[in-house]
Design a protein around this ligand. Structure first.
Ligand SMILES: [Zn+2]
Length: 135
């Protein structure tokens, strides 16, 4: 656990990149954002300047960090890591139910077949989501 107090992020200062130790974050002019010169990621300053959040299309999980004075510490933001397993279980349940009720097979209309097919498909979807979120 990080006990160091988070410090306000200064947009005129260069910080190390939270993803790559050798990367440097440089402020992007006229925005409240930093860009990394190594991994080309964009980090937006959030929460009144105490948190940077990776600009990403990878919802619902977005990475965020707090500056403790000499290093970044992971911050949970929004539907962060804490809610990820719950979110995945809910998605799994919804997709499973949807597939069970909508799957039609010309070969077999048995409930068992539909249940197994739905289970496999929803498991694959959740696995893909989980892998995407865990990068
Ligand atoms: Zn970087």
């Amino acid at each position: 656990m990080q006990t160091q107090k988070a410090q306000k992020i200064d947009l005129s200062v260069d910080y190390p990149c939270p993803c790559h130790r050798r990367g440097n974050l440089t402020p992007i002019a006229l925005t409240e954002a930093f860009g990394c010169n190594r991994c080309q990621r964009i980090f937006v300053v959030q929460e009144s300047g105490y948190v940077i959040e990776e600009l990403s299309t990878n919802y619902p999980y977005k990475k965020a960090w707090r500056w403790t004075g000499n290093q970044w510490s992971t911050a949970h933001s929004g539907l962060g890591r804490a809610y990820l397993p719950l979110t995945l279980i809910i998605i799994f349940g919804v997709v499973f139910l949807l597939l069970v009720t909508t799957l039609q097979s010309p070969l077999s209309s048995s409930m068992t077949f539909r249940a197994i097919a739905a289970l496999v498909l929803s498991a694959m979807l959740v696995l893909m989501l989980w892998l995407a979120c865990r990068r």
